[in-house]
Design a binder for this molecule. Structure first.
Ligand SMILES: Cc1cc2nc3c(=O)[nH]c(=O)nc-3n(C[C@H](O)[C@H](O)[C@H](O)COP(=O)(O)OP(=O)(O)OC[C@H]3O[C@@H](n4cnc5c(N)ncnc54)[C@H](O)[C@@H]3O)c2cc1C
Length: 291
């Protein structure tokens, strides 16, 4: 049986306390939330933190709130809460669709929004969702809070912009009228990480695409924001031909590697086909909203 290297454990009782511990302990410390990504890595000795700061008692970081112009999601919000949220289902059904295909109830009961984004695994679903809906991430330290876009958040495979002494506290999503969103995933078996997955969000104004967001999972070293296709879509009337062009861009702009989940060409093909499908369904929802 694999066991982690020895570590010190502390259970934070406040956000300020967790941040103070992170600052004091520097690079030797790691936050533990659901533990579903960190613990397997520790058991394999791919991660060897000397101190774990457990944030599971920080209930103030667990919420999905309507804040008028934005929806705010606390970093400790569990997958199951994202799955069950009526507010998210109304504004961003992409969350529910992604959560229905993330792992299994055991993982969904513990794994968190913040942990998923901070893990920065390119095959993870929620980062693509967050990229598509143009979410921003709030990061706190002793010097205050900063808010960054998903494009700035992921800086490399398993690497984020979260620095020493910093804690992700919240994800904020702008609520804009005329929106629709959808998640498409192909996996080897139910609950597995994606062979390829695509999240799409579309905002329609007067029959025209006012804005679009597309995030690709598992087809490159990090989550891909398909900015070239987003630009193509803006200001255009939705059509099958337009979605096919966006799909072609997805196939061109992704950079999958061959692995146990499939050959690179197959993943490239999936990126295109799933982009087209996700856009089609997101647009149908947006048009329904607009009607
Ligand atoms: C069997 C299995 C199948 C899975 N399948 C899928 C799948 O299909 N799709 C998918 O998307 N995911 C999948 N996952 C991953 C799952 O979603 C994890 O729960 C998630 O990736 C990590 O969330 P966590 O809360 O468990 O994070 P943890 O494991 O606790 O932490 C992960 C990383 O984030 C850091 N961290 C956590 N919270 C914060 C914070 N607030 N601020 C700063 N740093 C923080 C930790 O220090 C650590 O580095 C699967 C996991 C398992 C075990």
């Amino acid at each position: 049986m694999q066991t982690p290297a020895p570590f010190e454990y502390e259970r934070a009782t406040s956000v300020e306390g967790a941040i103070a511990s992170l600052e004091r302990l520097g690079s030797d410390a790691r936050i533990i939330a659901g533990g579903h990504s960190l613990l397997p890595m520790m058991k394999l000795r791919l991660a060897n933190p000397e101190h774990l700061i457990d944030i599971n008692d920080l209930h103030e970081l667990s919420y999905i709130r309507d804040e008028g112009e934005e929806i705010a999601i606390g970093a400790l919000t569990r997958h199951v809460e994202l799955l069950d949220s009526a507010l998210l289902a109304e504004w961003f059904p992409v969350f529910r669709e992604a959560e229905q295909v993330i792992a299994d109830p055991v993982v969904r009961n513990r794994g968190t929004m913040g942990g998923s984004l901070c893990q920065a695994d390119a095959a993870e679903d929620l980062s693509a969702v967050a990229a598509a809906v143009k979410a921003k991430v709030v990061i706190r330290s002793t010097s205050g809070a900063r808010t960054i876009s998903m494009g700035e958040f992921h800086v490399g495979p398993y690497m984020t912009a979260v620095g020493e002494g910093e804690l992700v506290t919240e994800v904020r999503i702008p609520k804009r009228p005329g929106g629709g969103s959808a998640h498409e995933k192909v996996e080897r078996r139910a609950g597995d990480f994606a062979i390829a997955a695509v999240s799409a969000a579309v905002w329609i104004d007067g029959g025209t695409i006012a804005d679009a967001g597309i995030g690709l999972s598992a087809v490159g070293p990090i989550t891909i924001e398909l900015t070239r296709a987003e630009e193509l879509l803006r200001g255009r009337r939705p059509s099958e031909e337009l979605f096919a062009q966006a799909g072609a861009i997805a196939s061109e702009d992704c950079s999958p590697s061959a692995d146990g989940r499939g050959p690179a060409d197959y993943k490239r093909h999936l990126a295109g086909a799933l982009t087209k499908r996700a856009l089609r369904r997101a647009t149908a929802r947006a048009l329904h909203q607009e009607a």
